[in-house]
Design a binder for this molecule. Structure first.
Ligand SMILES: [Fe+2]
Length: 324
């Protein structure tokens, strides 16, 4: 069973003003702004929905205390939606909205929902043309420099759970997700929503506190320059880096994570591996979170290195001497 993507992620925010500034600065497009909540859209159309924490009908918070409430996945047809609803109703409450969206919880108590995909297919996004030895494909042109990110879609969502095996069993056996990779001993499991998809669309990591909670939501951007430019712009607006920029050896993606005041983190990423049914899952024994990364984004600590940096002050000083 294949899914089309993350349709929406729902928060129940204590501070709507903060959430408004957060997702505007993040580069999402504001679609709705009323007293009943905010709707922000990625370029593909998938949505971040923020409702007041005490809004009626919101799924409950997770035990870890974040303001995350629900993730809704897009299914490819009404028939698939009906099949899913019937199967899940065998052992849990499944509620349907007037528009057909189904709401329930997974086996870790995480609010999940399903609706027929309404956002169309991904359109090819012009990113970087890469130059390398023997393939010079960017000629007389510079790579893009981004003043801010415009996230294209939500590519994955990650939760900390007390038992990743419970999560793996539920998402693979009941929802038809595919295994991409694992860490040994139940430390983590990477899943994807279609046999041909990005390396992971869901990742469950073993909770350090034993509590279930949102870990992060990841937004895909066009290329590494948008990760850098978007991350830099967001950091300069005062939002704190969680970790990054850097690169994951698992999935190959470049990343920059920021602290999310609504819980967990939000991530810009690009260039994930795309895998098919031929992909062979690995069981990783050592932490392979980052091949390299900066700890604090802009590197605000004092940097004393002068290696290979032209000193304009020195050039001016020499010019002044010559003129004298
Ligand atoms: Fe991620």
């Amino acid at each position: 069973m294949d899914y089309a993507g993350i349709d929406s992620v729902v928060f129940g925010a204590q501070d709507l003003k903060l959430a408004r500034r957060l997702f505007s600065d993040w580069g999402l497009e504001k679609r709705r702004d009323t007293r009943t909540g905010l709707v922000f859209s990625t370029r593909l159309g998938s949505e971040v929905i923020v409702r007041p924490a005490n809004a009626l009908g919101l799924p409950p918070s997770l035990e870890g205390g974040s303001q995350f409430r629900e993730v809704i996945f897009g299914v490819t047809s009404r028939a698939q939606l009906n099949r899913l609803g019937e199967d899940l109703a065998r052992d849990r409450a499944v509620n349907a909205d007037a528009d057909g969206t189904l709401h329930t919880t997974d086996d870790n108590g995480i609010g999940i929902g399903f609706r027929v995909w309404r956002h169309g297919k991904e359109a090819a996004q012009p990113g970087t043309a890469w130059n390398g030895p023997g393939h010079r494909s960017r000629i007389n042109a510079i790579s893009p420099v981004y003043e801010a990110a415009q996230p294209y879609k939500m590519g994955h969502i990650v939760f900390a759970v007390p038992d990743t095996r419970v999560a793996e069993a539920f998402y693979r056996k009941r929802l038809g997700f595919w295994l991409s990779d694992r860490y040994v001993g139940g430390a983590g499991v990477f899943l994807r929503w279609a046999k041909k998809s990005e390396h992971h669309n869901l990742f469950f990591v073993k909770s350090r506190t034993g509590k279930t909670d949102l870990h992060h939501v990841a937004f895909e951007v066009r290329d590494v320059h948008e990760v850098f430019g978007g991350g830099k712009a967001f950091a300069e607006k005062g939002w704190a880096t969680e970790i990054g920029p850097g690169r994951h050896p698992i999935s190959s993606a470049y990343f920059w994570y920021f602290k999310n005041p609504l819980g967990g983190a939000i991530e810009y990423f690009c260039d994930p591996d795309h895998v098919t049914e031929q992909w062979q899952p690995s069981n990783y024994r050592v932490n392979r979170f980052a091949e390299w990364h900066l700890a604090d984004g802009l590197g605000n600590g004092e940097d004393k290195s002068t290696f290979a940096r032209p000193s304009l002050a020195a050039v001016r000083a020499m010019a002044a001497q010559k003129g004298a």
